[in-house]
Design a protein around this ligand. Structure first.
Ligand SMILES: NC(=O)C1=CN([C@@H]2O[C@H](COP(=O)(O)OP(=O)(O)OC[C@H]3O[C@@H](n4cnc5c(N)ncnc54)[C@H](O)[C@@H]3O)[C@@H](O)[C@H]2O)C=CC1
Ligand SMILES: O=C(O)[C@@H]1CCC=N1
Length: 273
């Protein structure tokens, strides 16, 4: 699949993050289409040099790869009326929708399609995305390569062999930026309560989050080893970590990720028909 043209049905938060990451990684704007029913969303892409339309059929006719990026609950009603357009064009279909199975999508658009399901995350916006990918049996190696090069251009892309593993990918990375943001919100409140002004606290906390993640990626040491190196015996950090342990941080995080995983399965069942 050489120099494919790629179109996004739904140009909201997730598609916008992927597109901005693609543009920043050098993907040509004139090979990107977006369709959104919301005019403001379309206009937001006006100055970026890509093609914007309010008509999904026009997008499908123009694109080798069609990315489905509307809300999971809206997906069926958006794609079903487009089945004849999908049949005529036979694009590679890529979905970013949480929980909606490749089999459901394939059935809604008439059957027999090559479908890649992905679970990206919004750090794609700053080319630091993490994406889990699953291909159905109709996807060729060339098509896998084309999709992988898009998502690896905006961060890390990892294939899973079992579609069900995308539930765990959702809990581990798709939804996970929000966990870190929430943790940073809590740190911000506590730092301000201890007397730092908001801007100082925010700058220190964001840089610390970035530095901690970079250390895990670049030193080859585990988070546990790196943590121990911050904890001087009888020092300050030890007291913070002991407090987390008393509050059973492992159980808190496990419960949250289980709730996320459960919701992903629930969506896939509720939206299967
Ligand atoms: N936001 C995130 O962090 C992530 C989202 N996802 C998935 O991405 C998908 C989109 O989520 P968001 O971008 O957050 O939602 P969003 O609400 O920001 O974007 C959806 C867009 O679809 C548009 N839309 C609705 N009906 C349409 C139609 N008939 N034709 C064209 N456009 C239409 C809406 O106007 C909106 O701009 C969801 O399926 C979600 O599961 C996946 C991973 C992460
Ligand atoms: O919250 C959601 O359902 C979407 C999917 C993963 C991240 N956001």
């Amino acid at each position: 699949m050489h120099d494919p043209t790629i179109g996004f049905i739904g140009a909201g938060n997730m598609a916008g993050a992927i597109i901005d990451g693609m543009l920043a990684s050098g993907f040509p704007a004139d090979r990107i289409w977006i369709c959104d029913r919301n005019e403001d969303k379309r206009q937001a892409f006006d100055h970026k040099g890509l093609h914007a339309t309010a008509d999904n059929a026009t997008l499908i006719r123009a694109c080798d790869i069609v990315v489905l990026a509307v809300k999971p609950q809206a997906l069926k009603s958006v794609v079903e009326p487009l089945a004849s357009e999908f049949k005529a064009r036979n694009p590679l279909v890529v979905s970013v929708a949480a929980g909606v199975t490749a089999e459901s999508i394939d059935r809604w658009i008439g059957g027999g399609f090559a479908i890649v399901r992905t679970m990206p995350n919004t750090p794609a916006l700053v080319m630091t995305g993490s994406t889990g990918l699953y291909a159905n049996a109709r996807v060729s190696d060339g098509e896998k390569g084309a999709v992988e090069s898009i998502f690896s251009g905006i961060g890390t892309a990892v294939w899973v062999d079992r579609e069900d593993d995308l539930h765990a990918v959702t809990a581990a990375s798709g939804s996970a930026p929000a966990y870190f943001f929430r943790f940073m919100e809590a740190m911000q409140k506590a730092a301000e309560a201890q007397g730092l002004d908001a801007a100082t606290a925010s700058a220190l906390i964001a840089q610390t989050a970035l530095g901690a993640a970079k250390m895990v990626q670049e030193t080859g040491e585990s988070p546990a080893e790196l943590r121990r190196k911050v904890c001087s015996p009888k020092g300050t950090t030890e007291q913070a970590i002991l407090s987390f342990e008393r509050d059973d941080i492992d159980a808190v995080v496990a419960r949250a990720m289980e709730a996320c995983h459960h919701r992903s399965i629930e969506l896939s069942k509720a939206l299967a028909d």
